[in-house]
Ligand binder design. Structure first.
Ligand code: FAD
Length: 310
């Protein structure tokens, strides 16, 4: 290992892997390795990692469930941090739940149901972690995380503490987390209600997703954000992209805004599809589509520039 990696992991109780493949840690399953992937053993250790990275000038990226992330084929320079699902204690009081950010999004509704609480039905079928759900204000037309979020616990190189939801700037598939901050826990408010009805609504939503989304293929869900007053899927379909293939990746036949990995796709294939779609939609409809998926790592500069310019 190079020196900075040795220094950063010295004394770490958690786990770490040099040159760790990230493709298996994303839902679309493409991309290269992280120079160093680390899972802190506790909140204090996370702060220590962030402080060491800052001292050494090492770039830091956070990976949750990788359900909204496209990793570059060359991988990611610097330190990639993932949170274990149990980092930080869980707690519950009345209608409020305090949950670790590394836990799956599904835990929110499940813990609520166990206490007779409802209101998180919109999370049915959204993969990834609760930390990713905060960062992207995950949700559907039926509801979004910001409807429930009271406050989040953030770790930075300077320490750890709670910040009220209003300070995090959550909005449609976005947030304004302070630079370099890692969400470690979140507190949400649900409401007492009919748990059986809530479970039934979630099961119905999952069944609907199975019909309308390519859940049997690796994908990162919706690729582009809906533009104001419109739907990205409709624009992509009108541009004739459904089923369009590039290398091992294709625009899904089942959901116009989903890219799928047909097997052996590279990040270059996927980014090529995104650039093509952006260009076609701009030419046909005069609409600029903003990516919902996050690009992580060292993409080929010319290809990245082509995508940005499209
Ligand atoms: C089949 C499928 C269906 C989907 N349906 C929906 C849907 O209906 N609605 C929806 O909103 N999304 C949907 N998504 C996208 C995805 O599930 C959500 O965006 C989810 O919130 C991503 O969480 P993640 O942990 O996987 O994030 P990642 O992809 O790992 O990361 C996404 C961003 O969050 C940041 N992040 C992650 N964890 C933390 C943390 N602890 N602290 C700070 N930043 C963090 C990352 O740095 C990155 O910028 C779908 C995806 C798939 C594959």
């Amino acid at each position: 290992m190079t020196d900075w990696r040795r220094e950063i992991v010295r004394g770490l109780r958690g786990s770490w892997t040099p040159d760790a493949p990230l493709a298996p840690r994303t839902t679309i399953r493409v991309g290269g390795p992280a120079e160093l992937l680390a899972l802190p053993g506790g909140p204090g250790e996370l702060v220590g990692l962030l402080a060491a990275a800052r001292r050494l000038g090492i770039p830091v990226s956070i990976l949750g469930g990788g359900a909204d992330t496209l990793v570059a084929d060359r991988g990611v320079r610097g330190l990639v941090i993932r949170l274990p699902p149990e980092l930080g204690e869980e707690a519950a009081e009345d209608d409020r739940l305090l949950l670790p950010a590394g836990a799956p999004i599904a835990r929110l509704a499940a813990r609520g149901h166990a206490r007779g609480l409802v209101g998180a039905e919109f999370t049915a079928g959204i993969p990834g972690t609760l930390g990713g759900a905060v960062a992207l204000d995950a949700g559907t037309r039926a509801g979004e995380l910001r409807d429930l979020l009271l406050r989040a616990e953030l770790a930075t190189a300077d320490g750890i503490g709670f910040v009220p939801a209003a300070a995090l700037g959550l909005g449609y598939r976005s947030s304004r987390l302070p630079a370099g901050a890692v969400v470690t826990r979140l507190e949400v408010r649900l409401r007492p209600g009919d748990v059986a009805a809530s479970r039934a609504a979630m099961a119905a939503d999952l069944a609907r997703r199975r019909e309308t989304q390519p859940l049997d293929q690796p994908t990162f869900g919706s690729t582009f954000r809906n533009p104001p007053g419109g739907f990205a899927g409709a624009l992509l379909e009108a541009a004739g992209l459904k089923g369009h293939r590039l290398g091992g990746a294709a625009w899904s036949e089942r959901h116009a805004n989903f890219v799928v990995n047909l097997g052996g796709a590279t990040a270059a294939d996927v980014l090529g599809l995104l650039a093509l779609a952006r260009r076609r939609v701009r030419e046909r409809a005069g609409v600029h589509l903003e990516a919902e998926v996050r690009l992580l790592g060292e993409f080929e500069p010319a290809q990245r520039a082509e995508f940005e310019a499209a």
